[in-house]
Ligand binder design. Structure first.
Ligand code: PRP
Length: 187
């Protein structure tokens, strides 16, 4: 039986399961080393929904004890007068933010608006520190300057799905990052 009935919509695999595992383990080592001996409470903050698969693997690969939470945001889209603001659909509520080191976990950075806004927002809310990691980064697509602290892999401007990433809410469960056939989204 096919793993996923939607695999015929994938043009090619960009990052396979083994390489994804390597990326996760390598990033987890760096994050462990960075937060070791910092003394705060480390909170992995996943941005729904795309980050859930990466975050699930990353939290298992970390040696440090972590807490987890989630936020959900939606972008206003580019070219608006929003100044890069995003809608917060699910907020973070914690009384101990001044003792909390937040590591935002993303699946992909595109325009940079989501993370640029969230780092500022969580810093203003009073977090002890705010750092960011992302599985994928599309630097060519930036509309606001933003660099994550840990990046799994930079990718070209292709339409990627799988390992949490969707098109029209599909393909998130694929165990690899694949490039979607243009015929699927140009219908
Ligand atoms: C994607 C991704 C990031 C954001 C990145 O989420 O997961 O959160 O877009 O784009 P940006 O750098 O241009 O802000 P999306 O809105 O597609 O929601 P999803 O994770 O629920 O699929």
């Amino acid at each position: 039986m096919a793993h996923n009935s939607s695999t015929e919509d994938i043009e090619r695999i960009l990052i396979g399961p083994e390489r994804l595992h390597e990326i996760v383990v390598d990033m987890a080592e760096k994050i462990d080393a960075y937060y070791e001996n910092r003394g705060g409470r480390l909170l992995l903050l996943g941005i729904l929904k795309g980050s859930v698969v990466f975050m699930g693997d990353l939290m298992k690969a970390l040696s440090l004890p972590v807490e987890i939470d989630f936020m959900k945001v939606s972008s206003y889209g580019s070219g608006t007068s929003s100044g890069g603001a995003v809608n917060i659909l699910l907020d973070l509520y914690r009384r101990d933010l001044p003792q909390t080191d937040i590591l935002i976990v993303e699946d992909i950075i595109d325009s940079g608006r989501t993370l640029s806004y969230l780092v500022n927002y969580l810093t203003l809310k009073g977090a002890r520190s705010v750092r960011t990691c992302t599985l994928l980064d599309k630097p060519d697509r930036r509309e606001v300057p933003f660099n994550a602290d840990w990046v799994g892999q930079e990718i070209p401007n292709e339409f990627v799905v799988g390992y949490g990433l969707d098109y029209d809410e599909k393909y998130r469960a694929l165990p690899y990052v694949g490039i979607l056939k243009p015929s699927v989204y140009s219908k």
